[in-house]
Design a binder for this molecule. Sequence first.
Ligand code: NAP
Length: 259
Amino acid sequence: MDLGISGRRALVCAASKGLGYACAEALAAEGVNMVIAARTEGPLQEAAEALRSAYGVEVTAIACDITTPAGREVALAACPDPDILVNNAGGPPPGDFRDWSRDDWIKALDANMLTPIELIKATVDGMIERRFGRIVNITSAAVKQPIEALGLSNGARAGLTGFVAGIARQTVAHNVTINNLLPGPFETDRLRSNIQSAAEKSGRSIAEVAEARRLENPAKRFGDPAEFGQACAWLCSSLSGFVTGQNIVLDGGAYRGTL
Ligand code: NAP
């Protein structure tokens, strides 16, 4: 299926690996030129080169912390007028809410709520003028079904979700859509390190913990990041202009609600 976005420009945040990279790759496969951002220069340059050589698209790698004003400034300077914006950043650490200070909360809000809002603010009016825009925020299945130890994530991402629900209805008449993708367990470095720490805490092997986690999912497996990237590419496509303000869960059916 041709998604009708060949030659479009994208800014894909937190995209040297994991879900962000998978989104960048699926867009690159559609002929989208892009700026990708992540903090660590080496893996970021490698990711950019992999995309260029596999798909022949223009990829600029900007090493920056997207959760800071300075980081957003350099990313936006490299891509001031994207047609497609994929918002992503690392997730906050787990813990007990009694231990979290105001600073911990501000950090989580900066990363997972205010950064995407700032990037939307900086790019959405240009999209409206050009009458095409696709914004996808990578959030978490925890928005629908909170994960107890991830209170910082539950709270910050819920804030973003509420904000998006309001503005997505204001932009869609201009062919600018804003949607959230809610990952369940996808096999990325983040999931692997969660499994490793769970194994260390419980005294079980990594393989045992991973297998137990796979089996607790209705699909009996983890998600492949490429599956996530494909969903993102479709939401960024010319075919999806009637879909806005949605929260699409990709979790193998782990969320047990009827709706
Ligand atoms: P990952 O495999 O650890 O990859 C994270 C990517 O983001 C890397 O490229 C990393 O590069 C970049 N990054 C992190 N913090 C950044 C920052 N401040 N500025 C710029 N780039 C940054 O993680 P993932 O599994 O893809 O997760 C992506 C998001 O989805 C996270 O918010 C996570 O909480 C959420 N999520 C993931 C899952 C899952 O199962 N994988 C489930 C639910 C939610 P650098 O470290 O070099 O910056």
